[in-house]
Design a protein around this ligand. Structure first.
Ligand SMILES: [Zn+2]
Length: 204
């Protein structure tokens, strides 16, 4: 799934928390931001063991249960935002298992690796409900996941602008997704020797 889809789903987690914490509406933007940040966080491993180093499809849920328990026992901006962040990161790792595989052209469906499951010590196979990042159904999911954010934002112009801007960027990415794979491949092939070790394998 696209980074923007993960961010939108993470923000939806924040929106759910904001609905629960309706007595503190000033927290809403913080919770939306914490959710979006947690939603994209696992993909910071893109250049170092992608979908393995920061992806924990089981352990994040354990951490999430602890974080939510702490937030319920001692509610504060920090504990609630932290729990939203961890739940969003857990959702990201789980979502990767129902997307495409780790390959340059995931629509060809040749990879059997979706996300690494540290608990079972093996790669989860791609379920391909969302066939690949940037697929039309990926955009549909991003759009649906943005709805709760717009709902709790209550017309906050910054939230609305960021959310709709992200959807516009997503639409552009979906339109260019397939040609972009060839561009990335050509750029990787032209990369100077000192840079090559940092080019992810799937581009070479
Ligand atoms: Zn991921």
């Amino acid at each position: 799934m696209m980074a923007t889809t993960h961010a939108a789903v993470g923000a939806a987690v924040g929106a759910a928390a904001a609905a629960v914490a309706a007595a503190a509406p000033e927290l809403t933007p913080v919770l939306l931001a914490a959710g979006a940040a947690g939603g994209v966080f696992p993909d910071f491993d893109l250049y170092a063991g992608h979908r393995r180093t920061l992806h924990f499809p089981v352990y994040y849920w354990v951490a999430a249960a602890v974080a939510v328990a702490v937030a319920v026992a001692a509610p504060s901006a920090l504990t609630v935002a932290a729990s939203v962040f961890v739940v969003a990161a857990a959702a990201h790792s789980a979502m990767d298992a129902v997307g495409g595989g780790l390959e340059l052209r995931p629509w060809e469906a040749t990879s059997q690796r979706a996300v690494y499951n540290h608990f079972h010590g093996r790669w989860e196979p791609p379920r391909r409900w969302i066939r690949y990042d940037g697929a039309p159904e990926d955009l549909l999911l991003a759009g649906a996941a943005t709805a709760p954010t717009l709902f709790v934002a209550g017309g906050d112009p910054v939230v609305v602008r960021v959310a709709l801007g992200a959807l516009a960027v997503s639409a552009g990415y979906v339109a260019l997704r397939r040609p972009l794979a060839s561009v990335a491949e050509r750029l990787a092939a032209a990369a100077p020797a000192p840079v090559r070790p940092y080019v992810p394998d799937r581009f070479l």
